[in-house]
Design a protein around this ligand. Structure first.
Ligand SMILES: Cc1cc2nc3c(=O)[nH]c(=O)nc-3n(C[C@H](O)[C@H](O)[C@H](O)COP(=O)(O)O)c2cc1C
Ligand SMILES: CCCCCCC(=O)C(=O)O
Length: 377
C-alpha cells in the first residue's frame, strides 16, 4: 500500500515486489545499455537552484493553463501502454486518479482499456496519443473515435518508426497475459501473442503496423483530418522543433520516450532550453523523462517548459495501490512543487524564471548571460 511512501521513487521498488517480473521489466527498462535512462535522472541532479529570499510566500499557487485548459499543477501523465499489466482496472483507475488531481492524462493508443471506457471513467481533460499506421484508415478511425469520446488534443508520437531494443523484454520473451488486450485496435488487427520475428512481441507488432515512411507531410495530413490541436511528442533538438512549428504543431513535447527508443540520445532536461529557444514562444514546449521530484518540475519550468509529464511513476503508483497509488504519486509531486516554490521565493508558476536555476556549465565557469549575476570566485 502507498500510505508509507514518502517519495515518488519508492513506488518503483514496491511495484517490483508486487508485479510479475516480465511486466515490471517492461515498464522499468530502457533501450540497450540504458545510458540515457540513467542520464534522464542524473541530468536533473546537475542543475542547481538559486532561491530568492525575503519574498512574501504566504500564498503559493501551483495552477497553470495548458492549451487553454486550467489545471491544478503543471504536472501531467504521459501515455504509457497497457496499464492492466499493473492493475486489473488499468487506465480507468489512472483516469480517475488524474481527474481527482485536477490535471491532464494522455491515453496511449496501446491502452488496455478502450478510449471510450476511459472517457466514461471520470470527468477531466484528456489527450489521445497516436501512432501513424501503414494503413492510414486505422489512424483516421482512431482520430474520429478520440474526437467523439471527447479527447481534447492529439499527441502524435514521432520517435517510434520501430520499437527500440529493450533487452529485458527479449530475455523475458515478453508476452501479454491472455486477459490483457489492446481494445482500441481490436477492430483492425488480430494480434498474435505468439508472434516474435526475432524481437519482443510488441516490437514485432510495431514492425507490422507502424509506418516507417512517416514524415513531415503526414503531420500536415493529420492536421487536415482533425480540428483537434496536435502536440508532437519525441522532439530532441531545435531544428526539428522549428519544423514542427512550421508543420502546424500546437505544442512540442521534448521526449526520448523514457529512454526506451534510441540509447545515447541526450537526457531531455539537457536539451529543453535549446528547443525552447528555437520555438521562441510560438507554441508551448513540454518535457518528460526522469521527472520524480518537485524540484525536477521546478527546474524544467525554469528552463522554459510549460508543463511536465511523468510516465513510469503513474504505472508504478498504479501497481502499488491502484487509483489511490496514482493519486498519491500526483499529490506528492504537487506538494513538493509547492514547497519548492515557497522555498525558492516564488508564488505562482509564471514567476518561475531562468534566473532561478544554473546549469553545470554556468556554476563551473560562471557565465556572461543576462539572467545571472555570478561572482567569479
Ligand atoms: C511502460 C511504458 C509504456 C510506454 N508507452 C508509450 C506509448 O504507448 N506511447 C508513447 O508515446 N509513449 C510511451 N511511453 C513513453 C512515455 O510516454 C514517456 O515518454 C516516458 O515514460 C517518460 O519518462 P519517465 O517514465 O521517466 O517519466 C511509454 C513509457 C513506458 C515506461
Ligand atoms: C504495437 C504495440 C507497440 C506498443 C508500444 C508501447 C510503447 O511505446 C512503449 O514504449 O512500450
Amino acid at each position: 500500500m502507498s500510505k508509507d511512501v514518502v517519495k515518488v521513487d519508492e513506488f518503483e521498488a514496491l511495484a517490483k515486489k508486487k508485479m510479475p517480473k516480465m511486466a515490471f521489466d517492461y515498464y522499468a527498462s530502457g533501450a540497450e545499455d540504458e545510458y540515457t535512462l540513467q542520464q534522464n535522472r542524473d541530468a536533473f541532479s546537475r542543475i542547481r537552484l538559486r532561491p530568492r529570499i525575503l519574498v512574501d510566500v504566504s500564498s503559493v499557487n501551483t495552477s497553470t493553463t495548458v492549451l487553454g485548459f486550467r489545471i491544478a499543477m503543471p504536472i501531467m501523465v504521459a501515455p504509457a501502454a497497457l496499464h492492466k499489466l499493473a492493475h486489473p482496472e488499468g487506465e480507468v483507475a489512472t483516469a480517475r486518479a488524474v481527474s481527482a488531481a485536477d490535471t491532464i492524462m494522455i491515453l496511449s493508443t496501446t491502452s488496455s482499456c478502450s478510449m471510450e471506457e476511459v472517457a466514461a471513467a471520470a470527468p477531466g481533460v484528456r489527450f489521445f496519443q497516436l501512432y501513424v499506421y501503414k494503413d492510414r484508415q486505422i489512424s483516421q478511425h482512431l482520430v474520429r473515435r478520440a474526437e467523439d469520446a471527447g479527447f481534447s488534443a492529439l499527441v502524435l508520437t514521432v520517435d517510434t518508426p520501430r520499437l527500440g531494443r529493450r533487452e529485458a523484454d527479449l530475455k523475458n520473451n515478453f508476452t501479454l497475459p491472455p486477459h490483457i488486450a489492446n481494445p482500441n485496435m481490436e477492430a483492425f488487427v488480430k494480434h498474435d501473442k505468439k508472434e516474435r520475428n526475432g524481437s519482443s512481441m510488441l516490437a514485432s507488432w510495431a514492425d507490422k503496423l507502424f509506418d516507417r515512411s512517416l514524415s513531415w507531410k503526414d503531420v500536415k495530413w493529420l492536421k487536415s483530418i482533425t480540428k483537434l490541436p496536435i502536440i508532437l511528442k519525441g522532439i530532441l533538438n531545435g531544428e526539428d522543433a522549428i519544423l514542427a512549428v512550421q508543420a502546424g504543431a500546437a505544442g512540442i513535447m521534448v521526449s526520448n520516450h523514457g529512454a526506451r527508443q534510441l540509447d545515447y540520445v541526450p537526457p531531455t532536461i539537457s536539451i529543453l532550453e535549446e528547443v525552447v529557444k528555437a520555438v521562441g514562444g510560438q507554441v508551448p514546449v513540454f518535457v518528460d523523462g526522469g521527472i520524480r521530484r518537485g524540484t525536477d518540475v521546478f527546474k524544467a519550468l525554469a528552463l522554459g517548459a510549460s508543463g511536465v509529464f511523468v510516465g513510469r511513476p503513474s504505472v508504478f503508483g498504479l501497481a502499488v495501490d491502484g487509483e489511490a497509488g496514482v493519486k498519491k504519486m500526483l499529490e506528492m509531486l504537487r506538494d513538493e512543487l509547492e514547497r519548492t516554490m515557497t522555498l525558492m521565493g516564488v508564488c505562482s508558476v509564471d514567476q518561475i524564471s531562468r534566473h532561478h536555476v544554473e546549469t553545470e556549465h554556468e556554476y563551473n565557469n560562471g557565465c556572461n548571460c543576462s539572467h545571472h549575476m555570478h561572482s567569479k570566485l
